[in-house]
Design a protein around this ligand. Structure first.
Ligand SMILES: Nc1ncnc2c1ncn2[C@@H]1O[C@H](COP(=O)(O)OP(=O)(O)O)[C@@H](O)[C@H]1O
Ligand SMILES: [Mg+2]
Length: 368
């Protein structure tokens, strides 16, 4: 039995490049621990995201880096260090590391579907996740997540979020007698309700809070962005041209408010018939166009799958019900790309949107 030289192992490992940060483990300081015993290696490496694909990639690079030394056995332990957005002094939810807004120009493109499934996919990667249904006019989280009931309050001031699939959830639907009833808000009430949903809900320690925004470019994103730094926005669009004009408005609002656009998701990209033939029912290219305009990556395309709708209606999201179906898999891969991008965005800019400039916000109100 040959014995490995510890310093040779260390320098090989330290030279491994982290694929997200494009820097070596030595530069990043993310080789946390190393034990060499005989011809076995055990090490611990920190990653900026819970992505399994990232983990596999780093593992491959570790094996390649050590190949020449020919260890008999290599064991890698992982530590996920999800970075935190900058929190301002009066941040309403300082224990929430990242706030991700899911936005689209218009309704019906699958925003709530993407928001719920993304949240679940993030949870399934092992993160602590909450979902806030900020669609105060047409809440869909209760139906899509198959959850009803009224959240409790321990002290009459704060609200305990409901939980399902390991996700913390808050929706105005939980406060209504009939979750499908129409809600009528006057401006100030809407702001108050939204503020309560953020500040007064016991979100606790979360890696990601996914916010399902109402359609349009309106008040809600603006209100949230004025209260706290937003990690970024995921824009949902469909492939056809008509949807694009609305999406552009949303994108340009984010740009004016300096909210980073993390990426674009194209939903309902194609339908595969039983013979295996693909049909682009709603045209093609929308996702790419929006991505180009937003200067953000296209995170993925989700096919049309009747199961998505069925399970959305029955309260069992596709990522949970059929994770390896084409739509479930697409959503999982989008979640993996998203967490890597969040890590990278933090690294590049050290965190979150800038506080929106007051005059920008004012101008937006006027032009809207
Ligand atoms: N990829 C998809 N395949 C099939 N049906 C979908 C898909 N994405 C969304 N849907 C369905 O389309 C409808 C609108 O989606 P929803 O997420 O509520 O949109 P939005 O929140 O943008 O208004 C829902 O019935 C949903 O189940
Ligand atoms: Mg919706």
């Amino acid at each position: 039995m040959s014995s490995l030289d510890e310093s040779a192992v260390r320098s090989a490992l330290e030279g491994v490049q982290d694929p997200v940060f494009e820097k070596s483990l030595a530069e990043l300081g993310t080789l946390l621990d190393l034990k060499v015993e005989g011809d076995s290696v055990r090490c611990k490496v920190a990653l900026g995201s819970p992505s399994e694909t990232l983990r596999d990639k780093v593992r491959e690079r570790i094996d390649a880096a050590l190949a020449e030394l020919a260890p008999r056995h290599v064991e890698v332990d992982w530590e996920v260090r999800v970075p935190t957005r900058e929190t301002v002094s009066d941040d309403p939810i300082p224990t929430v590391k990242n706030v991700v807004l899911v936005m689209s120009g218009k309704g019906g493109v699958g925003k709530s579907t993407v928001a719920t499934n993304l949240a679940l996919a993030l949870r399934r990667l092992g993160s602590r996740v909450g979902i806030l249904d900020a669609d105060l006019y047409g809440p869909s989280i209760p139906t899509m997540m198959g959850i009803n009931g009224h959240p409790a309050s321990k002290d009459g001031k704060t609200i305990v979020p409901l939980q399902r699939f390991g996700l913390k959830m808050m929706s105005v639907g939980f406060l209504l007698e009939d979750p499908k009833q129409a809600v009528i808000w006057r401006g100030p009430m809407l702001h108050g309700a939204l503020q309560q949903f953020v500040r007064d809900v016991e979100w606790g320690d979360l890696d990601y809070l996914v916010v399902d925004l109402p359609p349009g470019t309106g008040d809600v994103a603006l209100t949230l962005a004025q209260k706290m730094r937003i990690t970024g926005v995921v824009v949902v669009t469909t492939p056809q041209e008509v949807a694009l004009a609305d999406v552009y408005k949303g994108v340009s609002m984010c740009q004016k408010l300096s909210i980073p656009i993390l990426g674009v998701v194209e939903n309902m990209s194609w339908f595969t018939d039983p013979s295996g033939q693909r049909h682009e029912l709603f045209g093609s290219g929308g996702g790419e166009k929006v991505a180009e305009m937003a200067k953000a990556p296209l995170l993925g395309q989700i096919p049309i799958d009747p199961e998505v709708r069925k399970q959305g209606d029955e309260g069992l999201p596709i990522v949970q019900a059929a994770p390896s179906s084409p739509a479930g898999d697409a959503l999982h891969r989008i979640a993996e790309k998203l967490v890597d991008l969040i890590a990278k965005a933090h690294f590049d800019r050290t965190g979150g949107s800038k506080a929106p400039k007051a005059e920008n916000a004012k101008r937006l109100r006027i032009i809207r």
